[in-house]
Design a protein around this ligand. Structure first.
Ligand code: AMP
Length: 283
């Protein structure tokens, strides 16, 4: 059957209502398009949890700060539509910005505590943009469950908190990070990297791998592990480290000694690409 492509909220409501009335389960995979295998893995996982898979493609202006890459964010509608269709999704929701944020729009969702550390320090309005659009995408597509990647670990934490706090009846499913053969986490923004920057950026996953080894050998002091990661990443002079931190995996507060599950989270700039990555360390 041909994939349904929907661009208005009204049509999306009608479609979701009909699916629900037929007693079927809906899974949503929200994306900003320019899809890669990481996105496809989310779609495959979503499939296992529902009868009807909706993939949203929306570059959300609200989650970009001033001077960030909203205008230049990579877009390739034809390729995305083909990939979503190949993943045998039933429906694509691809609204224009004016459909999601019409004249007079003024409501935002913010998840205060979890949004402050890590990416929130350099991107103070980012997570309220994310929480707001995800709340809206849930309202549009009426899913029973939604899949998010662990690559955006803080985003996942923010969404889980939002859903719990606002009593939203959507199961949040986490999908593991998908990497390129050289270890770099797949990202639409990898397209910004020159060949040299790309080689340099492999330092991130090498650093995380080294930290994992030391942790497995018993190292539990965050500073020691952070220093090791910093040394490896900054060995390439193209790397501009925004942060490398070890935080409690639930609260995302800095965690000096690892006595419970933590995330080592990293944001590094190479040229005009800002890349993030993480690993979970659980004693
Ligand atoms: P984006 O299009 O970058 O907003 O990402 C859409 C969804 O795909 C988010 O839930 C991301 O966490 C997830 N995602 C992006 N890259 C990866 C990856 N390499 N592995 C797993 N999930 C990913």
């Amino acid at each position: 059957m041909a994939i349904e492509i929907i661009s208005t909220v009204r049509q999306m409501h009608r479609y979701a209502d009909a699916v629900r009335a037929a007693g079927k389960r809906i899974a949503l995979v929200p994306t900003m398009g320019f899809l890669h295998r990481g996105h496809v893995s989310l779609m495959d996982l979503a499939r296992e949890h529902a009868d009807v898979l909706i993939v949203s493609v929306f570059v959300n202006p609200m989650q970009f700060g001033p001077g960030e890459d909203y205008a230049s964010y990579p877009r390739d509608w034809n390729r995305d539509a083909q990939m979503i269709s190949d993943a045998s999704a039933e429906c694509i929701f691809a609204p224009e910005p004016g459909e999601m944020y019409p004249e007079g729009f003024q409501t935002t969702v913010s998840v205060d505590g979890l949004s402050r550390n890590l990416c929130g320090q350099a991107r103070p309005t980012h997570f309220s943009g994310v929480a707001t659009v995800v709340a809206k995408l849930f309202a549009c597509t009426k899913p029973h469950c939604a899949v998010f990647g662990q690559k955006d670990f803080q985003q996942l934490a923010v969404i889980r908190r939002m859903v719990a706090d606002l009593n939203v009846d959507v199961d949040i499913i986490a999908a593991p990070i998908v990497r390129e053969p050289d270890g770099i986490a797949m990202s639409s923004r990898n397209t910004y990297l020159s060949a040299e920057e790309r080689t340099a950026a492999c330092g991130i996953s090498r650093a995380l791998g080294e930290v994992r080894k030391l942790f497995d050998a018993g190292e539990r002091t965050a500073d020691t592990l952070v220093c090791v990661a910093r040394d490896i990443v900054s060995a390439d002079r193209q790397a501009r480290i925004e942060y490398i931190k070890i935080c409690d995996a639930e609260t995302l507060q800095d965690c000096p000694e690892i006595t419970r599950p933590v995330v080592m989270a990293v944001a590094v700039h190479y040229g005009k690409a800002r890349l993030i990555d993480n690993i979970i360390l659980a004693p």
